[in-house]
Design a protein around this ligand. Structure first.
Ligand SMILES: [Zn+2]
Length: 308
């Protein structure tokens, strides 16, 4: 029997910081700290065969036998634009997962401390439409779920929207709750959801990169400015274990082989270069550089950034 997942609310120990990529500033905004039994992510993992001292199997990546899978979003500010990449689990939403159900996190307060209000966000990009990436996209106005960022366009791809609103995802929607109904469809109904090409250039510094696999319309978000580069990988790298074993996909990947191929291509592209990777769920959403490990796979060199 696997242990249950656990959630811990963000508190004073949750870092608040920003990272600069040329003229672009990026602030991770963690919603809460999430701990999951490794076998929920990797059901065929031979846990007993893993070296307890392996870097990806120690804190901060694993604590008390649980994988650290923190949840939140990223604010990206260019000289002209203010974007949000992904949108966490959200607050006040009914979910079968008790750790996601009816949350009341002070995420907007953390957003404000990052120097941004809901009104400032002009673009919300979803790397994909899983339940833990769309939650803050809408808020309850007393009678209905409405867009939470009143001045924003929300971006997804056709393959992604078609998958999650179609019959092939019915089982997942039953398991995860009707999150498409309360967090995505209200955007479409309000006319603020843009179905875009997976290689869209959003502005001079920010573009989308197709990366199907984890989900059918999965994308990366790439930032380039003044010769510096960063990649928001969403769930392509869910946990540090997948840096050491890049071929390994999770039980949440819709196409495990496709996800494995996309992850390995991304890591080959950015390894041993000055490219910052922002995985969606690393501890405290800490970005880092990817380095080839002579022992196999890759290592992670975290970048803490400046305190806010
Ligand atoms: Zn996720």
């Amino acid at each position: 029997m696997t242990a249950p997942a656990r959630a811990r609310t963000r508190d004073g120990a949750t870092p608040e910081r920003r990272v600069r990529v040329g003229a672009v500033t990026i602030a991770p905004v963690v919603q809460f700290h999430y701990r999951v039994d490794p076998l929920r992510f990797f059901p065929d993992l031979d846990v007993g065969a893993i070296d307890e001292d392996a870097w990806y199997w120690r804190p901060p990546y694993r604590e008390d036998g649980m994988l650290v899978i923190d949840i939140g979003a990223f604010v990206v500010r260019t000289p002209q634009r203010t974007l949000l990449v992904d949108a966490g689990v959200g607050n006040g939403k009914h979910r079968p997962n008790p750790s996601f159900d009816d949350r009341d996190d002070h995420w907007f307060a953390a957003l404000h401390r990052a120097g941004v209000t809901a009104d400032d966000i002009d673009t919300v990009v979803f790397t994909h439409l899983h339940v833990d990436h769309v939650g803050f996209a809408t808020r309850f106005d007393g009678s209905a779920w409405v867009p939470a960022f009143p001045n924003a366009r929300y971006l997804t791809t056709a393959a992604e929207l078609d998958h999650w609103t179609g019959g092939s995802a019915a089982g997942d929607r039953a398991r995860l709750g009707d999150y498409i109904g309360d967090s995505v469809l209200p955007l479409r109904d309000a006319g603020v959801l843009d179905v875009v090409e997976p290689d869209l250039r959003i502005c001079e510094e920010v573009r989308l990169v197709p990366a199907a696999g984890h989900t059918p319309g999965n994308i990366c978000v790439e930032v380039s400015s003044a010769g510096r580069r960063a990649v928001f990988a969403g769930d392509m790298v869910h946990h540090a274990l997948q840096l050491a074993f890049p071929e390994r996909s999770t039980d949440f990947c819709v196409d495990r082989c496709g996800a494995s191929d996309a992850r390995q291509e991304l890591l080959r592209d950015i390894a041993d270069r000055d490219v910052l990777l922002f995985p969606a769920h690393f501890p405290n959403a800490t970005p880092g550089r990817i380095r080839t490990d002579p022992a196999g796979g890759y290592r992670y060199d975290p970048v803490e950034g400046e305190p806010l």
